[in-house]
Design a protein around this ligand. Structure first.
Ligand code: HEC
Length: 138
């Protein structure tokens, strides 16, 4: 009995993660593919690792602005920004953060650009396939 329940739970998890990765964004209800918890963690990651150059408000200091419709990343996709950030940033120590930190900082950038969190986490599989643009189109 215990095994059956575990088996069912595992099947449910497998099914739900398949759904998250493969279904088009439009079929998944409202919100972008990141959770509120990720955006909250991302805010801390950003403050500690990015704000010195990009500004606490993301509006840019010595580095470009990462917020608003006129920023250089506004029309870039999640894939483009995740790959750039995880490979090139922080400028002085590229690749120095964990995968979870890079994913959460992208979640935070999405939130600051007008996207709403959802129940779907920004996993690496999503971050390397999601074509949503950084600036939300309300
Ligand atoms: C030491 C300063 C510095 C730090 C720290 C830093 N960046 Fe950058 N970042 C830059 C500079 C400078 C550029 C512009 C590079 C270029 O144009 O070649 C840049 C570019 C970017 C871009 C592309 C902007 C565009 O318009 O295409 C993104 C996205 C970005 N950074 C995100 C981050 C994130 C997220 C972090 C923290 C994990 C971070 N950066 C930390 C200096 C920094």
């Amino acid at each position: 009995m215990k095994f059956t329940i575990l088996g069912l739970a595992a099947a449910a998890i497998a099914l739900s993660s398949t759904f998250v990765v493969h279904a088009p964004a439009s079929a998944q209800g409202s919100g972008a593919p990141f959770t509120l918890a990720q955006a909250t963690l991302g805010q801390k990651v950003f403050a500690q690792n990015c704000a010195s150059c990009h500004g606490a408000n993301l509006k840019g200091v010595s580095a470009p602005s990462l917020i608003g419709k006129t920023s250089g990343i506004a029309q870039q996709t999640v894939v483009e920004v995740y790959e750039y950030v995880s490979q090139q940033m922080p400028m002085t120590a590229p690749g120095s953060l964990s995968k979870a930190q890079f994913l959460s900082v992208v979640a935070y950038i999405l939130e600051k650009n007008g996207h709403k969190p959802s129940a779907r986490p920004l996993t690496e599989a999503v971050a390397t396939s999601e074509t949503t643009e950084i600036a939300a189109h309300p």
